[in-house]
Design a protein around this ligand. Structure first.
Ligand code: ADP
Ligand code: MG
Length: 620
C-alpha cells in the first residue's frame, strides 16, 4: 500500500489531482453542516447578484438562490451519482466480462453479441433512449449512464479474463478439484481487480460528465434540486447577462473531471505491475560504467577479462555479482566457466559486450580487451558493430531468444544483413548453408519454419546458426544445453566442438556442473560467489581439484563406468552476493574450513593452475 502511494505521488500531476479532488470531496461531505443558505430558497428580490455580494459569496441565480449553496449541494449530488454509476457499471460489467471470458464458448458468444449490440449505438443516444423509457429523474439518469458504460467494462474485463482463463495456474486449480465458483473467486477475480479499478478510475470523470449532460438536457435532476448539470442548464438563458451563473458550475465540473482523470491516470500507472517494475524506464543500450581506474593490460589473449567488477545497485543494496574476475581466451581455445546457479557466470558473460541491463547493473571496475581494445565504456556504436560480428552469444533457451512470429530464415537473414549489406538472395543462400552447417536436415525447407515448429534441439541448432551468422571469432555459450535432454545435449556439444575446430572459434563455455566440460574445454575456471576460485587445464583440474568447492562440484557428477561412488550434493546454499562473508565465501559450507578462512582477503594464487584457498586439497 505504501509502495502504491509512493508510486502514485511520484507522478506530480496525479498528486495534484488527488489534492484537488480531496478538497472537493471533503467540501461535498461537509456541505450539510456548513453555514449555507438553503439551496432551494428563492428570493426574487435579489436575482442575479454578482459574486462577492453581501451574504452571497458566489452571487445568486435567476431565482435569487444562493449559488455557493447550490454549487456545494450540486457537487455533492453529481459526485455521488457519478461514483454510483461507475460502481454499478464496473461491477455489472466486470461480472459479465468474467463470465464470458471464463466460460467461453456459447456463453461468451451470446453475452458478447448482446454487448456489441449495446455498443453499436452512440452512447448518448442510448442514454437518452433509456431515460425516455424510464422517465426523467436523477435515479433514471444514473441507471442510463451505468447501462451505457457496462459494455466498455464487459469487453475490457472479458479480454483480460480470457488471457487468465488459459493460464497454467487455472489448469492447476481445476486439476486440484476446485469448482468453478471457487476458481472464479480465488484465482480469477483477484487478478482482474486491478484492471477493474483502473478502468473505473479512468472512466469516472466521463460518467460525471454524462450525468451532468443528461441533467443539462433536463432529463436528470428535476427542479428545484440542484446538480452541476441542471445548474448549467438553468443558467443557459442568462449566459450573456449573468455569466457567473454558468461559470460557477462549469468551473466545478472542469475541476472535478480534470482531477479525477489525472488521479485515474496516476492510479493506472501505479497499479500496472509492468510500469511498477520500471518497464517505462528503458534500460540503457549498454551497461553503465563507473570505473575508477583501468588495470594495465596483462594477457595477450584474443579476449582478456581483467579484474572485472559488475554490480547491481538496487536501492541501498549492492550485489557484487562479478567480483574482480580475470579470464583469458586465446584464439581457437575453449574455456569452461563453471559454477552453481547464481555464481555470476551469466553476468560475467554479458558484461563482455555491455549487455547487462542498466539500471540496475553497473560495471565498477576492470577491463575487457578484445584484441587489445578495451570494451568497457566503449561507445554504443563500437559495441554494436562488434556484437555478433566478433563476439556472438548462444543462450540457454532458444525459444526465448528467437522471435516467435518470424520464420527462422527471416531471423537468420536479418542477423546476416545487420553487419553485411548483401542482397536478400545472397543472405538466404547463406542462411541455408548455416542451417546445413549446424546439421539441420532438409535445411532448404526448414528455413521457412517458425520457432515453435521445431524441437528444442533444433531450435538450439538455429540459435547456434544465428551465432555463426557473421563468422565471429568468439562464441560465448551460456549453458546452451541446459534446457535439452541428454542425448540432444551430446549432439549439440559434438556440433559445437566440430564447429570450433573447423572454424577455429574461441568458445567461452558456461556450465553449472562439470558434466560435459571434460570433453570440450581445454581449460576451466570455477566461479563461486562472483569470484574465480580455481582455474587450470581441464584434465589437471578434473584429476586433482585443489579447491574444496571444485572437488564437491566434480563429485556431484555421476561417471559412466566409474564404479560405485557416492554422489554428494553440496550442503547449504550459495552466498547472497549483497552480503558476502569475510574471507572465503565457501567457508560456511566447507568441511575443511579453519578460523583463518573467515578472515581477510584470500588471494587467487598460482600461474597456469590457480586456486583461491588457504588449505587446498592434496597440499597438506
Ligand atoms: P549464473 O551463474 O547462474 O549465471 P548470474 O550471473 O545470472 O548467475 O547471477 C549472478 C548474481 O547476480 C546472482 O546472485 C543474482 O542474484 C545477481 N543478479 C543477477 N541479475 C540481477 C539483477 N537484475 N538485479 C539484482 N541482482 C542480480
Ligand atoms: Mg546463468
Amino acid at each position: 500500500m505504501s509502495l502504491f502511494l509512493r508510486l502514485l505521488f511520484r507522478n506530480k500531476l496525479a498528486g495534484l489531482g488527488a489534492v484537488v479532488l480531496g478538497v472537493i470531496v471533503l467540501l461535498a461531505l461537509l456541505t450539510p453542516i456548513l453555514p449555507l443558505h438553503p439551496p432551494n430558497a428563492t428570493n426574487t428580490a435579489s436575482r442575479f447578484l454578482r459574486p462577492l455580494s453581501e451574504g452571497h459569496l458566489l452571487g445568486t441565480d435567476h431565482l435569487g438562490r444562493d449559488l455557493l449553496s447550490r454549487l456545494l449541494w450540486g457537487t455533492r449530488l453529481s459526485l455521488a451519482v457519478g461514483f454510483a454509476a461507475a460502481l454499478v457499471a464496473g461491477l455489472v460489467g466486470a461480472a459479465i466480462g468474467v463470465m464470458a471470458g471464463y466460460f467461453g464458448g456459447r456463453t461468451d458468444n451470446v453475452t458478447m453479441r448482446g454487448v456489441d449490440m449495446l455498443m453499436a449505438f452512440p452512447y448518448i443516444l442510448l442514454a437518452l433512449a433509456i431515460v425516455a423509457v424510464l422517465g426523467p429523474g436523477l435515479l433514471n439518469a444514473l441507471i442510463a449512464v451505468a447501462v451505457v458504460n457496462i459494455p466498455f467494462f464487459a469487453r475490457n474485463i472479458r479480454g483480460v479474463t480470457v488471457g487468465i482463463a488459459h493460464r497454467e495456474f487455472i489448469d492447476a486449480a481445476k486439476l486440484a478439484g476446485m469448482g468453478h465458483t471457487r476458481i472464479l473467486l480465488t484465482e480469477v477475480v483477484p487478478n482482474i481487480v486491478p484492471v477493474v479499478v483502473i478502468a473505473m478510475s479512468t472512466t469516472i470523470g466521463w460518467m460525471i460528465l454524462e450525468t451532468a449532460g443528461l441533467s443539462f438536457l433536463g432529463l436528470g435532476s428535476q427542479p428545484p434540486q440542484a446538480d452541476l448539470g441542471s445548474m448549467l442548464g438553468e443558467a443557459r438563458s442568462a449566459l450573456i447577462t449573468a455569466p457567473h451563473t454558468s461559470i460557477v458550475p462549469g468551473v466545478m465540473i472542469l475541476l472535478i473531471v480534470m482531477s479525477v482523470n489525472l488521479l485515474g491516470d496516476g492510479i493506472r500507472d501505479a497499479l500496472d505491475p509492468r510500469l511498477r517494475s520500471g518497464a517505462l524506464a528503458r534500460p540503457m543500450a549498454t551497461t553503465r560504467v563507473e570505473r575508477a581506474q583501468t588495470p594495465a593490460p596483462k594477457g595477450e589473449g584474443l579476449l582478456s577479462i581483467d579484474e572485472l567488477e559488475t554490480q547491481f545497485h538496487v536501492g541501498p543494496r549492492v550485489y557484487k555479482a562479478v567480483n574482480k574476475v580475470s579470464l583469458e581466451l586465446r584464439p581457437g581455445e575453449c574455456l569452461g566457466l563453471i559454477g552453481e546457479s547464481g555464481s555470476g557466470k551469466s553476468v560475467t558473460a554479458l558484461s563482455v559486450m555491455g549487455l547487462v541491463a542498466s539500471p540496475p547493473g553497473v560495471i565498477t571496475g576492470g577491463a575487457v580487451r578484445l584484441e587489445g581494445q578495451d570494451l568497457i565504456g566503449a561507445p554504443y556504436e563500437v559495441l554494436r558493430s562488434l556484437r555478433g560480428r566478433k563476439v556472438a552469444y548462444i543462450f540457454q533457451d532458444p525459444l526465448a531468444t528467437l522471435h516467435p512470429l518470424y520464420r527462422i530464415g527471416d531471423q537468420l537473414t536479418e542477423a546476416i544483413r545487420v553487419h553485411e549489406p548483401v542482397s536478400h538472395a545472397e543472405a538466404h543462400r547463406r542462411a541455408v548453408r548455416l542451417l546445413e552447417d549446424v546439421r539441420i536436415p532438409n535445411a532448404a525447407a526448414r528455413i521457412n519454419a517458425f520457432p515453435h515448429e521445431l524441437s528444442g534441439g533444433m531450435r538450439q541448432r538455429v540459435g547456434i546458426a544465428m551465432a555463426l551468422a557473421n563468422d565471429p571469432d568468439i562464441i560465448i555459450a551460456d549453458e546452451p544445453t541446459t534446457a535439452l535432454d541428454v542425448t540432444v545435449q551430446a549432439q549439440i556439444l559434438a556440433l559445437l566442438d566440430d564447429l570450433r575446430r573447423s572454424r577455429s572459434l574461441a568458445i567461452l563455455f558456461i556450465m553449472h556442473d562439470f558434466g560435459v566440460v571434460g570433453q570440450l574445454c581445454d581449460r576451466v575456471a570455477v566461479m563461486y560467489g562472483g569470484r574465480i576460485v580455481e582455474a587450470g587445464p581441464t584434465a589437471e583440474v578434473l584429476a586433482a581439484p585443489a579447491h574444496p568447492y571444485t572437488k564437491r562440484l566434480i563429485s556431484c557428477v555421476p561417471e559412466l563406468g566409474g564404479g560405485r561412488r557416492v554422489l554428494a550434493a553440496i550442503p547449504g546454499l550459495p552466498p547472497a552476493v549483497d552480503r558476502l562473508p569475510d574471507g572465503c565465501a565457501f567457508a560456511p559450507r566447507c568441511d575443511k574450513a579453519q578460523p583463518d578462512c573467515r578472515r581477510g582477503e584470500i588471494e587467487l594464487e598460482g600461474r597456469a593452475r590457480k586456486v583461491r584457498c588457504l588449505y587446498p586439497e592434496g597440499a597438506s
